[in-house]
Design a protein around this ligand. Structure first.
Ligand SMILES: [Zn+2]
Length: 170
């Protein structure tokens, strides 16, 4: 690059330089000019500030408004408590917004985890429950007294029958 670029030309290239779309050779040339030229340094700084505002704006459009609505309604959406219009709105936000998509994925995997834990506890409880029921049955006094009463009743009936037989045949 023998031909020198003037400040105006450099200024026009700064935006591309910041985007990283210049060839390495040209980028190096612009960089060297900026480092050695106060006027272009100023312009470069301004461009950086504008650039950061723009990217902030893009980030904000993800985080504000729509995303706030999404976060507000997320639990209702997961639990199928929204009406059709709201459901469609939520779906649209999920498709267009990577943050919302991530949230949804997170909450679904969390739900899965929670469900797994719940099932596990339920199964453990079931085993425990049947065990404790058997234990209770074994130790239950009314259960035993039921047999006592049955045995007494059987003896009573047997003695009546025996008495009848005695009366009839002897
Ligand atoms: Zn300059």
């Amino acid at each position: 690059m023998k031909k020198k670029l003037n400040c105006e030309q450099i200024g026009a290239l700064i935006a591309f330089y910041l985007d990283g779309t210049l060839s390495p050779k040209l980028a190096k040339y612009v960089q060297e000019h900026i480092e050695n030229c106060e006027q272009c340094q100023d312009r470069y700084c301004k461009e950086i500030i504008i650039d950061s505002y723009i990217s902030d704006d893009i980030n904000n459009s993800y985080t504000t408004k729509q995303y706030e609505i999404f976060k507000d309604k997320l639990s209702e959406y997961i639990d199928n408590e929204l009406d059709d219009t709201e459901n469609i709105k939520m779906k649209k936000i999920t498709i267009s917004n990577p943050l919302a998509r991530q949230d949804l994925e997170d909450i679904y995997s969390f739900k899965k985890l929670l469900h797994g834990a719940y099932e596990k506890t339920k199964n453990e409880l079931k085993t425990d429950y049947s065990k404790s029921v058997i234990n209770q049955l074994i130790q239950n006094k009314s259960y035993i007294s039921f047999y006592k009463i049955s045995a007494l009743f059987f003896i009573m009936v047997a003695s009546i029958v025996a008495g009848l037989i005695k009366f009839l045949y002897f």
